[in-house]
Design a protein around this ligand. Structure first.
Ligand SMILES: [Cu+2]
Length: 664
């Protein structure tokens, strides 16, 4: 069973512990003795099952259980044990016909166990990892407060109850004043603990984390604004000039449907930018009427930091009437895309994206990649209001491809959720992932491909003498059909939803990698979850990294040349496509199982619920780089931080910069 399923099961058992302890408390309060005894036994058993599910999760990783082991279970264990000791003997006696089985103490203790169970689950959902002392203080004091309030309700102060008669007797008065004393002391303890906990939670966070490497050096900082691209192409290359104007437009799709889009040049997707290796790409971005502002981010393309298009970090957002020129050498061959990085959860979704394809200049790779490829289609997949649009077409599109033609399909996921891709009708190879060629990719067929948000797959095959279907999200009516000749019969596409998913960590052949991945200079762990955290100065139910939201997540400090390792853990119930700007990362392992296929260099990898990924890269592109979830609404809800090279500063602020840049 996957860790993700264990997480869900553990939540279920936790809910059951809450339900059974509350049921035990209520039946006890109602003096339903036999039922109360049975439910109490059930509560104890469910609690023991919970210990087992937590132990299994602990075996998958400490991150999944820390707050449960350190707070939730001890709290429930202590309260539950007290409840059994107080209520159990009375219930057993009542069963033998002695007494009515209930006492105020018994009811209060059983309900306190219920509060402890509830508090544990609330901490898991609102706080998660890592548990802090302040959270523990606040939680324990809330459970104590609940116990005190319950005691007041179950056994109220004497004056307005039937106990009033008892109060006349001296021993009765003593009992009441003792109870009052306990109540006041308990209340004071609760208030103090809650106050201490709340105070601790306001302590400022570290602004930077070193990952086990040295701290900042004292050398003078370079500004990201000076880390700009080359002014000239490589010899033999040309300058590819484009002007992209961001503007609102009503776009008519082939089906006739109209969408209110935000566009580059009135098109969705924006203009295709293509280049040959070594060319200089120069794009002037203008903003006509996008009030929020726009930028251009070159997704997966390792441009110099000043060209990265991150508002507040590498530039200021381009407002209406303004412009900004991006310039960089097309040194990386492959399939990429561009999109706005300002308010991108809205802007990209509405259409501010386009494709970037760089083909090799010459030599053997040129033969493989382009010269002989007569069918080379760039296919960004985007969803507008629930309709999947592939390269600007909604509904099914057809494309001719004579038999024997080499075909390359460049799939790009420009959405925030993964897509499932199936190529039906012919075996194929995945020649490249995220623009980088795989080593000896083998032929596969009858498999589903999981394409993460932001990710790209280049599928290659030789066109057969029959139709080939590209099916997206198992929708057999849509997608793309390649027809060998105009009169070729349409291939019947079988149901693709049962096809197994290809595991890219076992695809292709291993090869040497350019650095020793075992000896990282720095190692950062990012635990992804949901919880209450500050996001852009506002409290929110955020998407968090190590319990915090942007910009309160510490920057990760690296030095030029460092080998950096990331451990990315997903404790939540949602998929997080992790994306580092400026560097491809090498996948080392998933859930402790090493990657055994081709070296897999990606810029986005999907960390599904319960998964733990280890990746590494060499820090050779100085700058301040966003490191975030590419589910763009998640990034907006806090799941975003910065990889910060020592000796680099930004003069910009606001937006993704968040807090003013730290001193150097
Ligand atoms: Cu996410």
């Amino acid at each position: 069973m996957t860790t993700g399923l264990w997480i869900i099961l553990d939540h279920g058992v936790a809910l059951l512990t809450i339900a059974t302890w509350f049921a035990a408390g209520v039946t006890l309060a109602l003096r339903r003795t036999r039922l109360a005894l049975a439910v109490l036994v059930a509560a104890v058993l469910v609690t023991l099952v919970r210990v087992v599910t937590v132990a299994i999760l602990a075996d998958r990783g400490w991150w999944f259980v820390q707050e449960k082991v350190l707070l939730g279970l001890p709290m429930l264990g202590a309260a539950g044990a007290a409840a059994v000791l107080l209520a159990g003997p009375q219930l057993l006696a009542a069963r033998r016909g002695r007494g009515d089985g209930g006492s105020a103490g018994g009811v209060v203790s059983v309900l306190t166990a219920a509060y402890a169970a509830l508090a544990g689950l609330v901490v898991t959902f609102l706080v998660g990892y890592p548990l802090t002392v302040s959270t523990a203080f606040i939680t324990i004091s809330l459970v104590c407060a609940g116990a005190l309030l319950t005691a007041r309700v179950v056994a109220p102060p004497a004056e307005n109850t039937a106990d009033a008669g008892v109060a006349q007797a001296p021993e009765g008065r003593r009992a009441i004043s003792r109870r009052r004393f306990l109540g006041w002391t308990g209340g004071a303890v609760v208030v103090t603990a809650a106050g201490a906990g709340t105070g601790l939670s306001f302590l400022p966070a570290e602004s930077v984390t070193m990952g086990g490497g040295p701290g900042r050096s004292s050398r003078a900082a370079v500004s990201v604004a000076d880390l700009r691209g080359s002014g000239s192409p490589a010899s033999g290359g040309t300058v590819r000039r484009h002007v992209l104007t961001a503007k609102k437009a009503t776009v008519r799709l082939p089906s006739g449907r109209e969408i209110d889009a935000w566009t580059y040049n009135g098109e969705v997707p924006g203009p295709e930018i293509t280049a040959t290796e070594g060319d200089l790409i120069e794009v002037r971005l203008r903003n006509a009427d996008i009030e929020d502002g726009v930028t251009l981010h070159w997704h997966g393309y390792d441009v110099p930091c000043g060209e990265d298009g991150v508002p507040g970090v590498t530039q200021t957002a381009v407002g209406p009437g303004e412009d900004f020129v991006y310039r960089f050498r097309a040194d990386q061959v492959g399939t990429y895309w561009y999109h706005t990085h300002h308010a991108s959860h809205v802007g990209v979704h509405k259409g501010l994206y386009g494709t970037l394809v760089v083909r090799p200049r010459d030599g053997q790779r040129a033969d493989e990649h382009s010269a002989a490829e007569q069918v080379d289609l760039t296919l960004p997949v985007h969803t507008f209001d629930g309709t999947v649009v592939i390269a600007g077409s909604d509904g099914r599109t057809e494309h001719p491809a004579p038999p024997g033609t080499p075909v390359r399909l460049r799939l790009i996921n420009t959405d925030s959720d993964p897509h499932r891709i199936v190529l039906a009708g012919n075996p194929f190879r995945i020649a490249a992932v995220d623009g980088r060629d795989l080593n000896q990719p083998g032929e596969v067929s009858d498999v589903g491909l999981h394409l993460p948000a932001g990710g790209r797959y280049d599928l290659v095959f030789v066109m057969p003498d029959r139709s080939v279907a590209l099916v997206v999200d198992d929708d057999r009516d849509g997608g793309l059909r390649l027809r060998p000749h105009g009169d070729a019969p349409e291939a019947r596409v079988e149901d693709t939803s049962d096809l197994p998913e290809l595991d890219l960590l076992r695809y292709g052949a291993p090869a040497a990698v350019p650095f020793d991945t075992r000896n990282a200079d720095r190692h950062f762990t990012m635990v992804l979850d949901r919880g209450v955290a500050m996001v852009d100065g506002q409290p929110a139910y955020a998407q968090t990294v190590n319990g915090r939201g942007h910009p309160a997540i510490p920057d990760q400090l690296v030095a030029n040349g460092d080998i950096v390792r990331f451990t990315v853990v997903n404790r939540s119930l949602e998929t997080h496509p992790w994306h580092l700007h400026g560097h491809p990362v090498l996948i080392l392992s998933r859930d402790g199982t090493p990657s055994t296929g081709s070296p897999l260099w990606v810029d986005t990898f999907d960390v599904r619920p319960g998964e733990t990924w280890e990746v590494a890269f060499r820090a050779t592109n100085p700058g301040i780089w966003m490191n975030h979830c590419h589910n763009l609404p998640h990034a907006h809800q806090g799941m975003m931080l910065r990889l910060h090279y020592d000796g680099v500063a930004t003069p910009f602020g606001g937006s993704h910069g968040g807090s003013p840049d730290h001193g150097h």
